[in-house]
Design a binder for this molecule. Structure first.
Ligand SMILES: [Zn+2]
Length: 311
């Protein structure tokens, strides 16, 4: 009985061990086949890649991702004059878009940038309005001052005339009528001046309101800018993408050019390239000084590639 149990135990142990070994072996084998294919001979045979997981929250279709991958491929191939990569839907090596807090942050940054853009536009519109309003005010206020001075002069003349005739004990009828007519004109002028004074006050109030609104927008803009810089001010590292030997995982990008440049960089790693010293190099560890719209290899990138390819 004891023997039988021992035997069974040994059989179980061996089969478990067997499973572990096989798994380990097949993992090592598949890793080595990738390694062989991508790193040992990257230049004699093209690296075959497929698209893996493409999270829809990135807003990039599989077709577009493939297009960007092919463009990234071309950056490596155009000076090399040979196929270094090849799309093959059945390939083991995958390009994935993996969504996590990194891209969430990018989306938030995008939103804040949009907010800043809108604030800037409305600030521009309001300051234009303010300029034209305060320009109109200055001209009208100037005219008003002149009209007030004229009115005062005429009023003084009228008062002098009245005083003169009062001293004489009264004006003759025609002078009296003239003074009466003048008084009516002056009253009318006074009413108009009062109307203009009120209109000018309204204009001042409107202009001041605009200035307050403008200041609010400036404050709002500065607050938004502060929180933007606190959150997203640092340089963009290439850790937004990772090549792990079996796949390229992309975690973060802002726009197509950003995604493409990240792909070019990670595909460089897939060819077996390390990081470069020149900040303009595709293989520099930070993104920022490379040509975004038309990424191109620097001499350092080309030399490193030739070294890998034993050229
Ligand atoms: Zn890198």
């Amino acid at each position: 009985m004891k023997r039988v149990i021992q035997y069974i135990l040994i059989v179980i142990l061996f089969s478990v061990w067997g499973i572990i070994l096989t798994n380990k072996e097949s993992f090592r084998e598949s890793f080595q086949s990738v390694k062989r294919q991508y790193i040992d001979r990257p230049c004699s045979e093209p690296v075959q890649y497929a698209l893996g997981e493409v999270d829809p929250r990135f807003g990039v279709s599989r077709e577009d991702l493939l297009k960007y991958a092919e463009e990234a491929e071309y950056v490596w191939e155009k000076d090399f004059g040979k196929n270094l990569f090849k799309y093959n839907p059945g390939a083991e090596f995958k390009i994935n878009l993996v969504f996590d807090e990194r891209q969430l942050g990018t989306i938030e940054a995008d939103k804040l940038e949009g907010e800043l853009g809108k604030l800037e536009a409305s600030h521009n519109a309001i300051s234009k309005q303010y300029d034209s309003l305060s320009g109109a005010y200055k001209k009208r206020a100037n005219d008003y001052e002149k009209d007030v001075a004229d009115y005062k002069k005429e009023l003084d003349e009228y008062n002098d005339d009245v005083e003169y005739w009062n001293k004489k004990g009264g004006a003759p009828e025609d002078e009296y009528d003239k003074l009466k007519k003048k008084k009516k004109e002056l009253d009318e002028e006074y009413k108009n001046l009062e109307k203009e004074r009120k209109a000018l006050n309204d204009l001042v109030e409107k202009t001041n309101n605009l200035a307050t609104k403008e200041q609010q927008i400036v404050n709002n803009y500065n607050n938004n800018l502060n929180s933007y810089e606190n959150k997203f001010g640092e340089t963009r590292e290439f850790e937004k993408g990772v090549f792990d030997g079996l796949s390229i995982n992309i975690y973060q990008f802002k726009e197509a050019a950003d995604l493409r440049l990240t792909l070019v960089h990670e595909m460089g790693h897939a060819l077996g390239m390390g990081h470069a010293e020149n900040p303009e190099s595709i293989m520099y560890y930070l993104m920022g000084d490379q040509e975004m719209e038309n990424p191109a290899l620097t001499k350092e990138d080309v030399d490193a590639l030739n070294k890998i390819c034993n050229l």
